[in-house]
Design a protein around this ligand. Structure first.
Ligand SMILES: [Zn+2]
Length: 440
């Protein structure tokens, strides 16, 4: 089966941000041809994309699907209070049904706004439920259970032993790594330095290295958290990640807002990459990451919406818009253009997940993970498509979303999920969840 997207503007985001006019042929799971395609294959469905822009599917390098039900439930608090008073008690109160409803709602939000790949951190339990829903959804994902064997204010329902945390990660790896023909993969996820023993971090490093898996953690998010790590370990957060072996070219840290020169140098030399989450960093009053500076040091930076409890949207177009706007103010005009922000959310994100050979650009032979955007739905003024999409509320233009050549959103409607049912199920779970968490 093949699909011919006929007659639109293509943004391959490969070497340069310039758009081209043409067609794109999807054959099976891959892009078979791009450019002017004269002959229509006999088995091809032809889809008219006039007035539309085709771009690579968005890769979000930091999200928490299990927190989607917490949207609006943890407002006006800085990071550590936000975790201890709201997010951790709510995570501890998740049961199978509420966690499943939360994950499904998050996946629906992501697909309808053009995200095709995520790096998702779960909670310390029920990782199989997250995996089942990712497999079912068609979304491409790297996911992991959060690892927490220590920490002030961690509820008993979340706290693991070092052994149980490592065993759970190993078991989930065995069951889900490379599931759905490699569309799903497992990642080791120690939550952050303050919720992990040194022993857990060091063992995680060893296991991830042995199995050649990525490692994902939060670091250098707020001043308070940074100071707490220094107090607890006597090292800056990134020095501590280096000491414990976590910092390496398979590691992705979320945030990286408060980094000193030495820490930036460690990230550079170890090839550790950074997931920039501008909405979350602003909403929790954490600060503004020095994205242009990190990129000038050749540190790979991707984008993420983080969780619904600290954003509250999962719309990556909003993260791209904020990334370019903040960089202009912090580092100067031209340091991160609209097209650059698109590259962070596609090609660079794919590189961080070691998927750049497969996704992240529109190229013949790559997997057909792509978006068709009806830009006539956006506010003017026309002109450069990247700027028009980013500054015009890009997610409103999402018409089709394909992963592995399959339409997961068609004409703005999710094809594998009933949006009304997903939202209704999430609504049903909310009150019981709040009661279990002791928040009503
Ligand atoms: Zn996070």
């Amino acid at each position: 089966m093949s699909t011919l997207l006929r007659g639109g503007t293509l943004l391959p985001l490969k070497d340069h941000p310039r758009p081209m006019w043409g067609d794109l042929l999807v054959s099976g799971t891959r892009i078979a041809a791009i450019g002017k395609i004269e002959t229509t294959p006999a088995d091809a469905e032809v889809v008219d994309i006039s007035g539309c822009v085709v771009m690579p599917g968005i890769v979000q390098t930091h999200v928490h699907l299990v927190q989607t039900l917490f949207r609006g439930l943890a407002e006006d608090m800085p990071l550590l209070q936000w975790l201890r008073a709201r997010v951790w008690p709510l995570e501890a109160a998740l049961d199978e049904a509420s966690l499943r409803a939360s994950v499904r709602l998050g996946i629906l939000d992501l697909l309808l706004t053009g995200t095709t790949t995520v790096l998702d951190m779960g909670t310390t339990k029920l990782g199989d439920i997250v995996a089942e829903e990712l497999v079912r959804s068609g979304l491409r994902a790297r996911f992991g259970q959060a690892m927490m064997d220590a920490g002030d204010g961690v509820p008993a329902g979340l706290l693991e032993t070092t052994r149980s945390s490592l065993d759970a990660a190993a078991a989930l790896t065995k069951r889900w790594h490379k599931a759905s023909s490699g569309r799903i993969g497992y990642v080791y996820m120690p939550r952050f330095a303050l919720s992990c023993t040194r022993e857990l971090l060091e063992a995680t490093t060893q296991l991830a290295k042995l199995s050649d898996l990525l490692v994902h953690t939060h670091s250098n998010e707020s001043v308070e958290e940074r100071n707490a790590v220094v107090m607890a370990t006597g090292r800056t957060p990134v020095q501590y990640l280096l000491d414990t072996g976590i910092a390496c070219e398979r590691a992705i840290i979320a945030h990286g807002v408060h980094l000193d020169d030495q820490e930036i140098d460690i990230l550079r030399t170890t090839k550790t990459s950074v997931a920039h989450c501008p909405s979350s960093n602003l909403k929790l009053a954490s600060g503004i990451a020095q994205v242009a500076r990190l990129r000038s040091m050749r540190i790979t930076v991707g984008l993420g919406a983080d969780g619904a409890a600290c954003n509250n949207q999962l719309d990556a177009f909003e993260e791209m818009r904020l990334a370019t706007l903040l960089a202009r103010v912090v580092s100067g005009m031209g340091t991160l253009t609209a097209a650059d922000a698109m590259v962070l959310a596609t090609r660079e994100g794919a590189k961080m997940l070691k998927l750049d050979g497969e996704i992240g650009t529109l190229e013949q032979g790559k997997r057909a993970d792509l978006l068709v955007l009806d830009v006539t739905k956006l506010d003017g003024p026309g002109g450069d498509p990247a700027a028009r999409i980013l500054f015009g509320g890009g997610s409103r233009s999402v018409r089709h979303v394909l992963v592995d050549g399959e339409f997961l959103v068609r004409d703005g409607v999710a094809t594998k999920m009933d949006a009304n049912e997903v939202r209704a199920k999430a609504g049903e779970q909310l009150q019981p969840l709040l009661q279990r968490a002791g928040l009503v």
